[in-house]
Design a protein around this ligand. Structure first.
Ligand SMILES: [Zn+2]
Length: 266
């Protein structure tokens, strides 16, 4: 005999699921675990293969002074895009927000984590698919508007081995890069329909290594959605319930910049 579930019960159950899914994640800061999502900046920091320079720390002072106290100071120099960093919307959109113009609500936000590390291990050119997003949503409900999507590819375990991380370590050449990322259709779904606040991942770019048109950059930055690239340590971040705090250096007019990103994990 078949048990029939009244339509009203189904409707209420669906509503509960939807409300639960779209409600912003509440987090008890006092009990949250703080996870560092940032690679250190040093001489090993990976920059794009055609980047004209990399991270440089120059000693300006280090030692005892005539005043009797110890004193140390360095200067640093680096391109905006390299290491753990922000892609401001102005990176790929003429009228997009620069690094100093991005509302902080886009950079301090609930995080959802999508894991493509298995697919990426089998195929370094893997791109997040719409089906991957739907599979996540089947478990947790629709990805809430205003959340930052973190993509775990597993690639941060290859840092800072340039050849393994980028797929190629030829200086100046970008045609042989291989690493996973978001895909055109999934980015379009996340940005245009789910209205996410940001796209981040533990690989070098929000476009995969073989991209020639940087379509995910165009889609995201074109909608004033920033990117967070070369994140570290996404393993402890759960699929839902965490928050991300991703605060870049506030470079006036910057197209991006070095980023200190952390996750607050319940
Ligand atoms: Zn970038």
């Amino acid at each position: 005999m078949k048990t029939r579930i009244p339509a009203a019960v189904v409707a209420v159950a669906l509503l509960v699921v939807l409300v639960a899914a779209t409600k912003p994640a509440r987090l008890d800061l006092a009990k949250a675990r703080v996870v560092d999502l940032t690679h250190p900046f040093d001489e090993k920091t990976i920059y794009w293969p055609n980047s004209p320079s990399s991270f440089k720390l120059t000693k300006l002072a280090d030692g005892a002074t005539e005043g009797g106290y110890y004193y140390r100071m360095n200067s640093f120099c680096a391109p905006e895009h390299g290491g753990t960093h922000l892609d401001a919307p102005s990176h790929f959109a003429k009228d997009g927000w620069a690094a100093d113009q991005i509302p902080l609500s886009k950079l301090v936000a609930p995080a959802v984590l999508l894991d493509i590390s298995k697919q990426s291990a089998a195929d370094p050119d893997y791109r997040l698919s719409v089906e991957d997003v739907r599979a996540w949503e089947n478990r947790h409900g629709p990805i809430p508007a205003g959340s930052v999507v973190l993509l775990r590819t597993g690639w941060s375990s290859r840092w800072p081995d340039r050849k393994r991380y980028l797929g190629d370590d030829t200086t100046g050449a970008t045609d042989k890069l291989h690493f996973p990322s978001f895909g055109k259709e999934s980015a379009s779904l996340l940005v245009r329909e789910r209205k996410v606040a940001g796209l981040g991942l533990d690989a070098a770019s929000i476009d995969y290594g073989q991209s020639r048109d940087f379509i995910v950059h165009q889609i995201a930055n074109g909608a004033n959605v920033p990117g967070l690239e070369n994140l570290a340590n996404l393993d402890p971040v759960p699929e839902t319930g965490a928050w991300i705090v991703a605060l870049p250096m506030k470079i006036a007019g910057g197209s991006g910049g070095p980023l200190r990103a952390i996750a607050l994990v319940p």
